[in-house]
Structures are given as C-alpha cells and as structure tokens.
Ligand binder design. Sequence first.
Ligand SMILES: Nc1ncnc2c1ncn2[C@@H]1O[C@H](COP(=O)(O)OP(=O)(O)O)[C@@H](O)[C@H]1O
Ligand SMILES: [Mg+2]
Length: 291
Amino acid sequence: MFRSYFSETWALTLGFGAKWRELRLEMRNDAIPFQHRQPMETRSSTGEMIEFREVTCTLGEEKVLREFSVSVSKGETLVLLGRSGSGKTTALKLINRLLLPTYGEVNVNGRKTEAWDKIALRRSIGWVIQESGLFPHYSVEANIAIVPRLERWPRDRVETRLTELMQIVGLPPDLRKRYPHQLSGGQRQRVGVARALAADPEILLMDEPFGALDAITRADIQKEFLRLQSNLRKTIVLVTHEVREALLLGTRIALLEKGSLLGLWTKEEFAHSTDPKIRQYLESDRAQLPI
Ligand SMILES: Nc1ncnc2c1ncn2[C@@H]1O[C@H](COP(=O)(O)OP(=O)(O)O)[C@@H](O)[C@H]1O
Ligand SMILES: [Mg+2]
C-alpha cells in the first residue's frame, strides 16, 4: 500500500508536476479500466467471458507465459495461484489489453482483445490492485467516482451510486470526505473495490487485493468479498500466492509455475489432491487451510 502511495505523494510534494501529470494520464488511459454504459453484448459462442487460447507472452527476453489456455465462465471466480514471478499479473494485463499476446489470443466476451476498443474494454473491467492505487490527493468520494465522472454521469446519479457503493463495500458514510492517508489499510482497500465496481463492470480483475492487509482485517474483508460476490455475480479473476485465499475465494484454481499452467481444479479437487505439486503447495500453508 505504501510504496505507490508515497511515490505519488512525493511526486506532488517535491513538485514533480510533469511526472504526476504523466501518472494521471496513465491512470486515465490504462490503470483504471472500468465501464461503458451498456452491459457487454455477449458474443462468445462457448458462453465463456474470458478465454486464453494457447497464449505465449514474451517480455524482453523472457517467456512470461507459455501456451497458456484457460477459460472463465460468467459469474465464476477463477483464482490464479502461483509464486512470485510465475506470470499472474501478466495474465491479468492480457485480459484488459495492457499487454497483447506474442502468440495465441485472449478473448473477452467472444472478441479478441486486439479487436476491442482499448478504452471500452478497460471501462468494462474493474481492476483492484494490492496497494489500492488510490489517488492520494482525491477524497474517498472523488476516488470512487472517477469513472462515473469520466463517463459524464449526471451529478445526482453519481451521488446515488456513491452512497450505494459505500454501503456495498462496508464503508461508513462519514468517511466520504477523507483522504486515503486518513484511512486504515482495510478501508483503503474497500475504497479500491468500490472504485472498481463504480460503473458496474461485468468483469473484475483482482491482483493480490488483500495481500497487504493484516491477518484479521484480511479475514474480515475476504468474508465480505464472498458475500458481495454471491450478490453481484461478477466474473472475477483473482490473483494470489496464498493457498488459503485461493481455497476460500475461488470457484476454480489455476496453478501457474514459471509461466506455465500446471493444472486447473475445483477447490475441492485441489484441497484433496494427491498430486505431489499440489501437496507441496498445500503443505506449505497447511496450518491455515479453510477446508
Ligand atoms: N515489462 C517486463 N519486461 C520484462 N520482464 C517482465 C516485465 N514484466 C514482468 N516481467 C517478468 O515476467 C515474470 C512474471 O511477472 P509477473 O506476471 O509480474 O509475475 P507475478 O505476478 O506472478 O509475480 C517475472 O519474471 C518478471 O520479472
Ligand atoms: Mg504480480
């Protein structure tokens, strides 16, 4: 949470105006993907919301993903589980076209990401990151309302949505005027989730969203996430390196190692598997397993 927060604050306080403008531009164009007004038209012949077809992604010299194939159905929460550097964030970036595959294709709602208008695609996808990525000089309400305002919603619609979102993610209304540094880590993360949900995207990408929180706050927010998911039925790809979190939050688990998919399991299959690779993961986290 602190690294990006402080680097942005530094940019401001030290007068790096140009850097800050660059950052803001980047956030407008890339980092905060969200929503267009209508729900996505379903074009997928297979009914899958997201499909990776034999995707290889090379960055620099490195094959960061290798012949990666996986599909995510509507309403499902797919967990990408793997150690640091296994290619999880890269997979998310391929979904909202922050990256394009070197080989293979990624389809969102039956259309290749290449064929999507970048902005329309990103606005139809909510993005929640570990360090919340809030604008430090924007209040809670301004952070949450970024996309509705970019989309030029009328003021009263923004107001109604703000009230609704704060309630959905469990933020008391009196926090509306606060700034990110006046919030706890858990509250900041809730603001991050509210911001991603603001324009009601069908897809949510969550990159280690609860990783920076202390254990108790994390357990709380995970429970609420489950409740939220059963009400909202979003299609979610959630990245984690924690087996416990994968088993708690995922419908299915995709295990990644050095850019390759080792397998895809339901959480029950995963928890009871005798596959030595999986046992290794389970044993490393055994004390805390939820099932
Ligand atoms: N822009 C980049 N250029 C070169 N290598 C990269 C780039 N981004 C990520 N990588 C490398 O790709 C690998 C996977 O990265 P990433 O997808 O961020 O992994 P994870 O999210 O699982 O930790 C890492 O070895 C990382 O160093
Ligand atoms: Mg990552």
